[in-house]
Design a protein around this ligand. Structure first.
Ligand code: HEC
Length: 460
């Protein structure tokens, strides 16, 4: 662990971005106060509603098309592509090129038209919302009319880099003890884990968590867990599925969210040792040589403890059988015990494995009331796990109903577990006040996994 080791540059840009983000109204363009602009050092630059520079460009594309690509695609499909995308989608010439690899027989604009409507592999990928009907019509209309060049000069906000600034200044960085190096000829997808032990003389509260993205060329997603024991601090190859003993606290994939806790609560780092574990997913789609990475998570912590400890609990199930060659959905009900009195929910991190396709959690007030949606992800994708802010209050006697849907294309029945052949159905929910673990004669009575273990499930 390193505490407050940020280079001045990083801290200034975080602070400056936070100021810009706070003062810009969604419709207005304002002057960014002293924000660094690598292209013209020292000059003031104009930023848009999302805090990114506004620029005037002529890309050979009509402005409405340019705007959709900038705001919805170029976080990844930038001139120098990021997060595993192979084709830039910036200029008219980019769209006229032949597709990459197996798609070489088609033009990029034809692939764009296909992928924005592709239900199985839609663009933009989750956790980014799908294109709106208007955005889709803009791209599709232009493509249908022949994807013609335009002499438009467009003034619009540049695409963000996918990581939003925090409203606080991070003081703790969870990164591996050494850089990860991608070996030449390595498999396309690689999963690497490392542990960071935080040893504190007095308790602190974690008030916000943000991904710390180092190498955008190979990073695909980051998951942040708390573990019951130390894990090696150097990046070590690990299962894509982590360990069933790890509690998911936050996750990020390009387009995903930071996690800022409500002002009444903080995740405790108790006096003594807290074990964090991070899993990084790398994808070297472009087969680039010599890539290294030291991504992780930035935390804001405080010794001025907030009124409540926050906790994480998993709704879902640890008992299911997914039949072969089937789409299978289960509905699992858990009745909240008296310990959930006054509990508020603020975050959802859905977690399934590669066959997971949808997840939702609803609350049935008093156990029999009409279901209220707490969280719904109709297009779950293992490769793009992230956390999502939610707001809900619950009470003892309420039923939490979590649905998990899988598509099992294989010939074997799949059950719960942490291996390649196994699946999961956990909706990790951030909540407060924390319900302490309880044991009786060393046996667990209530821990984060109890709601999933004791839920009663029905096949839908
Ligand atoms: C969060 C990052 C991200 C965003 C945003 C995104 N894509 Fe992609 N895109 C990818 C990745 C990664 C791939 C390669 C894997 C695949 O094909 O699914 C890809 C592949 C594609 C391909 C196939 C050609 C290629 O580059 O491999 C097309 C076409 C495409 N995206 C179009 C779009 C369009 C159009 C948008 C915006 C409406 C968009 N994408 C937004 C990440 C992104």
């Amino acid at each position: 662990m390193r505490r407050a080791p940020h280079k001045t540059l990083v801290v200034t840009s975080f602070a400056a971005v936070a100021i810009v983000a706070c003062t810009v109204s969604p419709s207005a363009l304002e002057r960014g106060a002293g924000r660094d602009d690598p292209s013209s050092p020292g000059t003031e630059i104009v930023t848009g509603p999302n805090g990114n520079p506004v620029e005037t460009t002529a890309t050979g594309l009509p402005c409405d098309v340019d705007k959709v690509l900038k705001t919805r695609c170029q976080t990844c499909h930038s001139a120098e592509t990021k997060y595993g995308a192979s084709a830039p989608l910036v200029t008219h010439a980019d769209l006229q090129k032949s597709g990459p690899g197996a798609s070489a027989g088609k033009k990029i604009y034809e692939l764009v038209s296909e992928r924005i409507k592709d239900e199985a592999r839609p663009m933009p990928p989750s956790p980014n919302p799908l294109l709106t009907a208007d955005e889709l019509a803009t791209l599709d209309g232009w493509i249908k009319a022949g994807a013609k060049a335009s002499s438009d000069t467009c003034t619009s906000e540049r695409a963000g880099d996918g990581v939003k600034p925090l409203s606080c200044k991070p003081d703790t960085t969870l990164v591996a003890g050494a850089k990860f190096t991608m070996q030449p000829g390595a498999p396309l997808d690689q999963y690497v884990c490392f542990g960071v032990d935080i040893n504190l003389p007095a308790k602190r509260h974690v008030t916000a968590l943000a991904p710390k993205v180092d190498n955008t060329k190979i990073l695909h997603h980051i998951l942040l867990f708390q573990a019951p024991k130390s894990e090696p601090s150097t990046p070590t190859a690990c299962s894509a599925f982590g360990s069933a003993a790890w509690k998911l606290v936050a996750g990020w994939a390009p387009g995903g969210n930071n996690l800022e806790l409500p002002p009444e609560a903080g995740f405790p780092e108790e006096k003594g040792v807290t074990h964090w574990v991070l899993q990084l997913h790398y994808n070297n789609a472009l087969n680039l040589p010599g890539q290294t990475d030291q991504s992780g998570y930035d935390l804001c912590t405080t010794e001025n403890l907030r009124p409540n400890d926050a906790g994480v609990v998993a709704f879902g199930s640890t008992r299911f059988n997914i039949p072969p060659r089937a789409t299978h959905a289960i509905r699992c009900d858990y009745t909240l015990p008296s310990t959930f009195n006054g509990v508020k929910l603020f975050n959802a991190s859905p977690h399934m494995h590669t066959r997971g396709s949808a997840m939702s959690t609803h609350r049935l007030p008093g156990g029999t009331g009409a279901p209220e949606k707490i969280f719904e992800m109709p297009n779950f994708n293992f490769e793009n796990q992230a956390n999502f802010p939610i707001t809900a209050s619950v009470a003892p006697g309420d039923v939490m109903r979590t649905r998990c849907t899988w598509k099992n294309p294989g010939d074997a029945t799949i059950g719960f577990g942490e291996g390649t052949g196994d699946e999961m159905c956990f909706d990790f929910i951030g909540y407060y006040p924390n319900i302490p673990d309880r044991t009786i004669f060393g046996l667990p009575l209530f821990t984060w996994i109890t709601p999933s273990q004791s839920a009663s499930c029905t096949v839908e």
